[in-house]
Design a protein around this ligand. Sequence first.
Ligand code: BDP
Length: 680
Amino acid sequence: MTTGAAQAEDGYDLWLRYGQPGGSAVSIPHTSPTLAAAAAELRRGLPRTTRPIVLERATAPEVSALGLKLGALGDEGYAVRQVRLGGRAVTLVTGNSDVAILYGAFALIRHARTGGNVDTATLTSAPRIKLRMLDHWDNLDGSVERGYAGQSLWDWWTLPDFRDPRYVDYARANASIGINGTVLNNVNAKPDSLTAPYIAKAAALADIFRPYGIKVYLSARFSAPIEIGGLKTADPLDPQVAAWWKAKADEIYRAIPDFGGFLVKANSEGQPGPRDYHRSHADGANMMAAAVAPHGGIVMWRAFVYAETNAEDRAKQAYSEFKPLDGTFANNVILQVKNGAIDFQPREPFHPLFGAMPKTPLMMEFQITKEYLGFATHLAYLAPMFKETLDADTYERGPGSTVARVIDGSIEGHKLTGIAGVANIGRDRDWSGSTFNQANWYAFGRLAWDPSLPSEGIAREWAEQTLGTDPKVVDTSVAMMQGSREAVVDYMTPLGLAHQMSTSGHYGPAPWIADLKRPEWNPVYYNQADARGIGFDRTATGSDAVAQYAPPVAKIFADPKLTPERDLLWFHHVAWDRKMASGRTLWAEMIAHYDRGIDYVTGMRTRWDGLKPLVDAERWQKTATYLAIQQREARWWRDASLAYWMSLNHLPLPAGEAAPEHDLGWYKNQTFPFAPGQGK
Ligand code: BDP
């Protein structure tokens, strides 16, 4: 990438740290901007190979004449084969489209840079999911909602004139892991992004991303027809409103012929939507879908809906709203569902909508940015968290109906399939705020391509490309990463607790907060802690959210004896003295989890210290410093939480347990009005 020697290891190069160009012979018999990009990448990223490399489509006569068995590559799958072409032994990178070949080129580079031999490489892979998206929560003023890596990468002010070379590097990084779509602006959308000047800015980005197979999408504010269209209403059944959206879509497609479509957050957290007009979410989604349909566009309609007027358990509201609408959406609408029913917590059971809407394509929404997992400073490798949801069994059509199979469309035969990750990318030199945060961007892309990849394997290939192939560096980094998300769960919200973060900015612990207007804004709503016990009763004696799961799943979650302990307090209100599997009381078990989380971080520091001679000074030092912050904050989480729980249960700490460093009042007095990521 575009780095001078002085900045060689500042993290800018991500996992594409090519070093000196290898200068392999790469030929593209038929060129295009995409194939030229692929060739440039191979020339820079590969060590010198013995055989020339040829990039050519599978349909080209000289390739089809080879009669290769390529399997079902689809539009985007690639194959790398050792063949004879024109009398020469070559490495052929092929596929049914130029973008497929680009993906093959990056796969070959990955293969080489993780120890594979290019001259013997045989690779075949096709993505299981069609839309592999990054959602940027970037605002037009340059701030990023829940972004912890600096300002927005998009400089809206200087676009469309100034095309920062960094935009190309963004596209390269995404293409290297198979991301093929990007939503440029925050779901809490300003109508301005749909005005002519901003369409032109988005079009400039689309032009830059196009050779890399990345389509541009926009978050659309539902009330835009009023705000920028001068209409009196945004009622989806009003013909003028539908006509406005159609004209707006036509205008966008004139500027961006391959525009992907709209992402919509409606009737949630104060956003406008069809419910304002007593219309359903399907009415709203279908009206907008009709506007983009003639151009081949889609609408991603978010199921993250809960209303201030609704007294129902927040965990139930999305299901209650959307399940009855199954089968009523237009065929270019896909419902975007967060991994869990509350909100991107360190651990959530899978969202009950997965498995409950067979007639509607559902796409996954993960959060890559660590809003609830320690911001940029805490090391938490999220692939195990993503996998936990993807591998969960919904029982939609009996056992084996995993969430991954719901979203890849294979259970019901849906063709429109998707997965989105809320980006952790900003203007920081290292893009994601820390070296290890880059692994979450990387892992998201790899899992979006193939949800069955193991998280450890992804960690390993990421570390090899990012930190070098020294086995000690790789083994140590992978070992740190693999348990790191569980450590965050342990020191923040063990055993199924959720949403205990401070309510302003979500930074740090605040399980005591009880005074906000809406009940579900308060951590006490989620912990339900009292003198007797702790946890949210979501069984039939409580909110009965368990009934939203298929019977075999509901049966497990309804019974505290069957519920995995990791989800216990999510589904059950449990006495402090309940006996746990370990033989300890719940109280002692909770303390053991907080301690285990801190110990894990302490262990990561020690492991990382051992890598000091083997990792470049700049990245080593930043990581070491962040681990120290993480350790301090893990202790803060434990102590503040214990201080509060003890004020309710009046239980002593087990012998040998350190008392919280401060009294509860001290923790309550901590405020952080300028915590990052609060956006505008
Ligand atoms: C919440 C975030 C908020 C987002 C919201 C969403 O705190 O900033 O707007 O998710 O996903 O977790 O719409």
